[in-house]
Design a protein around this ligand. Structure first.
Ligand code: M6R
Length: 369
């Protein structure tokens, strides 16, 4: 059942190109227009939405953080992403014009379920993004967009995360399409580029041997830090979460811009720091800033592991290890930049002799608060 792989996690990482393609299937028509009729919230209701709130836990929360960048950019609707476990306890402000998006692989996470119940009581519309047909969260939501990752067995979420991202991008682009924004041309171009993502994930997977080798060499470390900016920041958080749960290492993700507000004090000789570099195209100012951040940490002794787009030459002098990812539209980069971090965590866990599919103290589905 592991299809020749040692662990379900490895199998599920390898299944990502297909999972991504399956989640796109039938949702973009031949002329590049999104048709999400299955989201049974009528366009006129979506046009009235004046706030989007995303609630989720763990890895699904990281997908939600990335979705915030996409939704605000393409739709101009204010969007907040919140941990489901915090959300309802702060008396959040919602009404019938609020769209709440609950993201959950299992559809059974109690914190997320309680958050969506609270949202519906306040009159908000709830859209579930879920991987499990007929589970509780979609059943209790107004609408659902299923991810088609197939069953995910390993406790650490991989293919479900990538498909959650795809679903979030589809919702963001669909909201943009329904409402009509100044980004119409960009939206059409991105919809087209989404079709290539499966192949690009495949390409990343075929170049992972140096990442595995690097991971094996770090098995004796205590700490690994992750830095990112913009959509790369939640990717850094996700990379750190994977390392915590699988390798049981101290791992933290930071927004690179926060370095000098505290975290840079952690940098010491030989400390491995993974940096997710935004594209030098698009919002290039962010790229330049992160290159300075890499220089700053390296000058203080960090061992830099740099994940950067093909053709990005500016990072080369400061990268102790360079991991290349394909060029994508700026907002879609997490679909490819997350993959090396999954492989990295899985290999480190193996090198440390940990149980990859069943990390200690964790359950696949957290059905208690
Ligand atoms: O089933 P869900 O997506 O609602 O689960 C949410 C989290 O419990 C889950 O993503 C968890 O963080 C994973 N173990 C991360 O790999």
């Amino acid at each position: 059942e592991k299809g020749g792989y040692d662990y379900f996690m490895l199998k599920e990482i390898a299944e990502q190109p297909k999972a991504v393609a399956d989640t796109l299937l039938g949702r973009i028509d031949a002329s590049g227009v999104l048709s999400l009729d299955e989201v049974r919230i009528p366009p006129e209701v979506l046009r009235e939405v004046d706030k989007v709130v995303i609630v989720a836990c763990g890895t699904a929360y990281h997908a939600g953080l990335i979705a915030k960048y996409a939704i605000e950019h393409w739709t101009r609707i204010p969007c907040e992403t919140e941990l489901a476990s915090e959300f309802r306890y702060r008396d959040p402000i919602m009404d019938r014009r609020t769209l709440v998006i609950a993201v959950s692989q299992s559809g059974e996470t109690m914190d997320t379920l309680m958050a969506l119940r609270h949202a519906r009581e306040q009159g908000a519309k709830v859209l579930a993004i879920c991987n499990t047909n007929g589970s509780t969260i979609p059943r209790e939501s107004d609408a659902v967009l299923y991810t088609h990752a197939g069953p995910e067995v390993a406790v650490a979420s991989t293919k479900a995360f990538l498909t959650q991202l795809v679903a979030c991008y589809l919702v963001a682009l669909y909201l943009g399409q329904v409402r009509g924004t100044k980004w119409g041309d960009e939206i059409r171009a991105v919809v087209k580029e989404l079709a290539a993502i499966g192949t690009q994930v495949e390409q990343v997977l075929s170049t992972m041997e140096p990442v595995r080798e690097l991971a094996r060499g770090l098995a004796d470390q205590n700490t690994v830090l992750f830095l990112g900016r913009h959509v790369g920041y939640p990717v850094a958080l996700e990379g750190a979460l994977k390392l915590k749960e699988l390798a049981y290492m101290h791992a933290e993700g930071f927004a690179a811009g926060e370095l000098k507000h505290g975290p840079i004090a952690l940098i010491e000789d030989g400390l491995p720091v993974v940096v997710v570099v935004p594209s030098p195209r698009g919002r290039s100012v962010l790229h330049d800033k992160i290159v300075s951040n890499i220089q700053e940490i390296r000058a203080r002794g960090a061992r830099t592991i740099v994940i950067a787009e093909e053709g990005d030459e500016a990072v080369v002098p400061y990268a102790d290890h360079l991991v290349r990812i394909p060029r994508t539209p700026v907002l879609l980069q997490p679909l490819v930049s997350t993959v090396p971090l999954q492989v990295f965590a899985c290999e480190l866990a193996t090198a440390r002799g940990n149980e990859v599919d069943q990390p200690r103290n964790l359950a696949k589905s957290v059905t208690v608060e």
